[in-house]
Design a protein around this ligand. Structure first.
Ligand SMILES: [Zn+2]
Length: 379
């Protein structure tokens, strides 16, 4: 089958564009070099210890670990979509452009506003009714009861802080995942926070993790997670991360073990139209943690931390919206410039009367061959 050059443009465009933007800062480059990370953090150098790579500025710091998705953003563990590649010693280290953009725009850049709008939050206590969720290691506490108890406390705190608070449930009833997601749309939620508690076979497992949706085309943090394409929740990739980051940061400031902002394609994260996170507030399978979890002191502290994280997010939400709008406009313009260039390339190489249906020499039977003469655009 013969395929025209124009038929291949949709497939060539992302490759060419990605390569092009990898040459400079901006866009969705597939990989970024240390100098791009320096520009994001606002520093002029980096520190390589042999086991960790640090970019530090007076207000921001990023730490990476070779071959790992794990990084630290201002001391909080954040799991990237994909691990950096190469190594620092031979100057081949690079990280995914999409991850740098997410960390930079989604965490480092948003600034707090002096005043914030009244936002609507949908709080989702996990499980309920016949779906009890996990059971504590001593067999006396269900996840559904714990999540509801903490959710009520979070809601009360947020109400007194000027939020409009909605819940997916306020008592021990079963709510389907679809209903939870649809409720976010029905109540016009500005963001959604789902509360869960963890369980592991290893009784030593402990700490807090906050989940956000992986970016389109990437799997979750656990190895072997399914890779999915674009989901409704991917509209809010930046806001998901900002919300998850600030909640995790506040939860871990009170001596809790930081398991990180992780990524997983949970139903409620991929289907919810507004920014959404799912928090695993602790391990019911850990004797020490589950013992603490049944106390009012622990529940109050946990709720205060979540509410504080939500306030930290909310005050930066408008700033983030502005940054995302600028980024999307720049991406759109870069795409358009490259689309035009490809069209010009195709026109100049093909006889005018066959320009739309004859493949150029470099394209045979659907296989694109790079043209070494073409310089990709820079921005
Ligand atoms: Zn759960």
């Amino acid at each position: 089958m013969r395929v025209s050059f124009f038929h291949l443009i949709p497939f060539l465009l992302p490759l060419q564009l990605a390569f092009a933007q990898g040459m400079d800062v901006g866009g969705n480059a597939p990989f970024r070099l240390p100098r791009h990370v320096q520009a994001a953090v606002g520093c002029t150098n980096y520190l390589w210890t042999g086991s960790q790579l640090s970019f530090t500025h007076s207000t921001n710091s990023l730490v990476f670990y070779p071959g790992r998705k794990r990084c630290e953003v201002n001391g909080v563990t954040v799991w990237l979509n994909t691990e950096p590649t190469g190594n620092v010693n031979d100057a081949t280290w690079q990280m995914a452009g999409i991850d740098l953009d997410l960390v930079n725009i989604g965490i480092l850049k948003p600034v707090p506003a002096a005043k914030r709008r009244r936002l609507t939050v949908l709080i989702d206590p996990g499980h309920g009714g016949t779906d009890s969720g996990a059971l504590s290691c001593d067999g006396t506490m269900y996840e559904k009861d714990l999540t509801l108890a903490v959710a009520r406390r979070v809601g009360n705190l947020l109400s007194t802080n000027g939020f409009n608070v909605c819940y997916t449930r306020t008592n021990d009833v079963e709510v389907t995942l679809q209903d939870r997601v649809q409720r976010a749309t029905r109540v016009k939620a500005d963001f959604y926070v789902s509360l869960h508690a963890n369980h592991a076979n290893n009784p030593q497992a402990a700490g807090v993790e906050t989940y956000v949706l992986p970016s389109s085309g990437f799997g979750g943090t656990p190895d072997g997670s399914r890779i999915r394409g674009w989901q409704v929740g991917n509209r809010n990739d930046y806001a998901n991360l900002l919300l998850g980051y600030w909640i995790q940061r506040n939860l871990c400031s009170s001596q809790r073990i930081d398991r990180g902002v992780k990524r997983q394609s949970y139903y409620v994260l991929r289907g919810t139209a507004c920014p959404a996170v799912l928090i695993e507030i602790g391990f019911l399978s850990n004797p020490t943690e589950s013992g603490a979890m049944r106390t009012a002191v622990w529940r109050n502290t946990c709720a205060r931390s979540i509410a504080a994280g939500i306030c930290d997010y909310a005050v930066r939400a408008d700033s983030l919206s502005g940054l995302v709008a600028v980024k999307r406009k720049a991406d759109q313009e870069a795409n358009e410039r490259w689309r035009k260039k490809l069209a010009e390339m195709a026109k100049s190489k093909l006889p005018a009367d066959t320009a739309t249906n004859t493949p150029p020499a470099a394209v045979k039977d659907g296989t694109a061959v790079d043209d070494p003469e073409e310089e990709p655009p820079t921005h």
